[in-house]
Write a protein that binds this ligand. Structure first.
Ligand SMILES: Cc1cc2nc3c(=O)[nH]c(=O)nc-3n(C[C@H](O)[C@H](O)[C@H](O)COP(=O)(O)O)c2cc1C
Length: 210
């Protein structure tokens, strides 16, 4: 497992190699073995295994990016949004794209705070914990590690989600209370110098209380 963690990198270039359905199902099964609050498993996965449809999704993101940029007054902000579109479409040449949806997660603590008329501040503070999103994140990380274990590259993406509504319409997906939380391409990496950016030193992010 230790090695597997370091084997995963964000992959943004893919070979034109097919990913067998069997591997995809194994990866999704591994994702569903993530822990989830109340074992609610409030996730849903859409696997797009069609290069034309994946490219269409990329065009949808580009179009939305252009539309948003055209409405921005500030030239610098406009340039920055346009420049980053390539990071919002890194799935475009992948053979597979996986879309991860999050369903509602009723939080007992928040409900109780509301019922006992706690302050808005206290309610907002507890809402930040977002257990429903934590569930999805655990599943997503399992998914990425499982893919790495099978020799595939992925890239956790939320950048393109400003076009979530348009992507959902294109795919025709609807499930009561579910929203698009993340996308990852899946495929064989075509990046020969795959490397992750450096991490903060452990001492900077660790406090030990004895
Ligand atoms: C929540 C989240 C959203 C991300 N969104 C994007 C994205 O939209 N586009 C992209 O190219 N990378 C995206 N990334 C990948 C990060 O840039 C990457 O994980 C980070 O730079 C560390 O590199 P590594 O994954 O190779 O270790 C995202 C990662 C996370 C966890």
């Amino acid at each position: 497992m230790g090695d597997l963690i370091y084997k995963r990198h964000s992959v943004r270039k893919f070979k034109n190699t097919d990913v067998p359905l069997e591997d995809i199902k194994k990866i999704i099964k591994d994702a569903t073995y993530a822990p989830s609050g109340k074992n609610l498993q409030n996730w849903h996965f859409i696997v797009v295994k069609n290069k034309k449809k994946i490219q269409e999704m990329s065009k949808i993101v580009e179009k939305k990016n252009e539309e948003m940029a055209s409405k921005l007054m500030d030239e610098e902000k406009k340039k920055s949004l346009t420049k980053y579109v390539k990071y919002h479409t890194v799935f475009k040449d992948a053979p597979v794209a996986i879309l991860v949806y999050a369903g509602k997660y009723p939080s007992t603590g928040v409900d109780v705070l509301k019922e006992i008329n706690a302050s808005d501040e206290e309610i907002k503070e507890l809402e930040k914990v977002s257990p429903g999103i934590q569930n999805i994140s655990a599943a997503m990380e399992n998914l990425l590690l499982s893919a790495a274990d099978l020799g595939y590259g992925t890239c956790w993406m939320t950048g393109p989600l400003y076009a979530a509504k348009e992507i959902n319409e294109f795919l025709g997906f609807e499930k009561e209370g579910y929203f698009l939380a993340a996308i990852t391409p899946l495929g064989v990496s075509d990046d020969s110098e795959l490397k992750s950016p450096p991490r903060k030193p452990v001492d900077e992010v660790l406090t030990i209380i004895e």
